[in-house]
Design a protein around this ligand. Structure first.
Ligand code: E4P
Ligand code: PEP
Ligand code: MN
Length: 451
């Protein structure tokens, strides 16, 4: 890529976006500070290489055919303060543990993607928040403002764009080190999972862990060096929400001359910003990364087809992933029409279930939460619909953490409303904790092996 290519691309992206509506963007109070931050980002190296994005696209194409299964997981809103070695390690560990169980259940490779190293911007239902009669701008993610309920903290600060880049860079570096440096070896991961099923609450899952153990001993007996299976592919993903971050990190790939958003391997457009004529759909139609589109029960199938046409006019396998998030009570009724319309139009998409965002509610004690059983039920409904229609349930997308937080209700730890206050740490949506995440993986593994 030459600097001229990049400058032309930035100008082109900005010009294209000029006439389009970009929802959910902050009102930056200082235009000059924003210009400086964007210029700084434009001068920084890419966080990922275009070739890795292409590789991920082929993995997602395999998932669309049922030859792989996708696991996307991580925080709803990553924070700068929580980007510590321990937190990153525990999240990666949780995803790897889930992936090992899912690989066994699905009998196909699991494509591992973190909602990590860039998930710092949040769309909000309301632009403001009121506490005790005081109204301030809503918290929109660490890339924009600070969670503290104070006027100065809530003011959007463009310097945060630069800090987001550095935090993403440090996070991704550690993720790459863990996943290629031996931490994620299959034997390790399996030993962690044996630890999980050893506790009495989890005996239900012992059978699968035992079967995996047997399969591994069989592989060793056949001469497979399981210790050599110590490096694994792990991709980064986040919502491409804040265009002032995504655009300057979009670069021309010197090999192909195509534009890639180098802030992550995979980016998705959220439910609140994915209208056909939006700046966000326009943006992802101009990049060559594999991209996701969130789809709620309210989605109009006809509009969705137009969106797919715009983002993937060539029908390139692996290019579009539809992340459906309909709610456990709705998925069985609303998903079939969407799947049928997409199938009839001949679009080749990868179907993934986000069982989190359609199942959020406020508990009696006032916490934003989700029930573990609802999460499981939505995944079950997703599998049932795809099985009935002969299409492929290609993966799951989960908000989770490696920590023992108490944000979602239920699971074998029986977290109840009164327990939520113990460790409710999320700054946006409630996440499955380490234990609940593994339970989900074991249950989805059972669904997959029944397929
Ligand atoms: O993940 C995101 C949330 O669902 C979204 O930001 C809306 O949250 P809110 O209703 O608390 O604003
Ligand atoms: C905001 C999110 O989801 P959705 O766009 O599906 O509501 C999210 O994934 O955090
Ligand atoms: Mn969320």
């Amino acid at each position: 890529m030459t600097p001229q290519d990049s400058a032309l691309l930035q100008a082109d992206l900005e010009k294209a976006a000029g006439s389009l509506v970009a929802r959910q963007q902050p009102e930056w109070p200082d235009a000059e500070a924003l210009r400086a931050a964007v210029a700084t980002l434009s001068s920084y190296p890419p966080l990922v290489f275009a070739g890795e994005c292409d590789q991920l696209r082929t993995r997602l194409a395999a998932a669309a055919r049922g030859e792989a299964f996708v696991l996307q997981g991580g925080d709803c809103a990553e924070t700068f303060a929580d980007a510590t070695a321990d937190n990153i390690r525990d999240r990666v560990k949780t995803v790897l543990q889930m992936a090992a169980v899912l690989t066994y259940g699905a009998s196909v490779p699991v494509v591992k993607m973190g909602r990590m190293a860039g998930q710092y911007a949040k769309p909000r239902s309301s632009g403001s928040e009121t506490r005790d009669g005081v109204t301030l701008p809503a918290y929109r993610g660490d890339m924009i403002n600070d969670f503290a309920f104070e006027e100065t903290a809530r003011r959007p600060d463009p310097q945060r764009l630069v800090r987001a880049y550095h935090t993403a860079s440090a996070t991704l570096n550690l993720v790459r080190a863990f996943t290629t440096g031996g931490f994620g070896g299959l034997q390790h991961v399996h030993d962690w999972n044996k630890g999980f099923v050893a506790t009495s609450a989890n005996v239900h899952y012992e059978r699968i862990a035992h079967d995996i153990d047997k399969a591994m001993r069989f592989m060793v007996a056949c001469g497979v060096d399981v210790d050599a299976m110590s490096a694994t592919e792990f991709y980064s993903a986040h919502e491409a929400l804040l265009l002032d971050y995504e655009r300057p990190l979009t670069r021309v790939d010197s090999r192909t001359g195509k534009a890639y958003d180098t802030s992550a391997h995979f980016v998705w457009v959220g439910e609140r910003t994915r209208d056909l004529d939006s700046a966000h759909i326009d943006f992802v139609s101009r990049i060559s990364n594999p991209v996701g589109i969130k789809v709620s029960a309210k989605a109009d199938p006809a509009e969705l087809l137009k969106i797919i046409d715009k983002v993937d006019p060539q029908h390139e396998p692996g290019r579009v992933t539809l992340i459906t998030r309909m709610g456990c009570g709705t998925v069985r009724d609303a998903l079939p029409a969407v799947v049928e319309a997409v199938t009839a139009a001949g679009a080749e998409v990868t179907w993934i279930c986000d069982p989190m965002h359609g199942n959020t509610f406020e508990s009696a004690s006032g916490y934003k939460t989700r029930r573990f059983d609802d999460v499981v039920d939505e995944v079950r409904g997703f599998f049932e619909v795809h099985r009935a229609l002969g299409t492929v349930p290609g993966g799951i997308h989960v908000e989770l953490t490696g920590n023992d937080v108490t944000e979602c209700l239920g699971g074998t730890m029986h977290i109840e409303d009164a327990d939520l206050a113990t460790r409710y740490e999320t700054l946006c949506d409630p996440r499955l904790n380490h234990q609940q995440s593994l339970e989900l993986a074991f249950l989805v593994a059972e669904m997959l092996s029944a397929e």
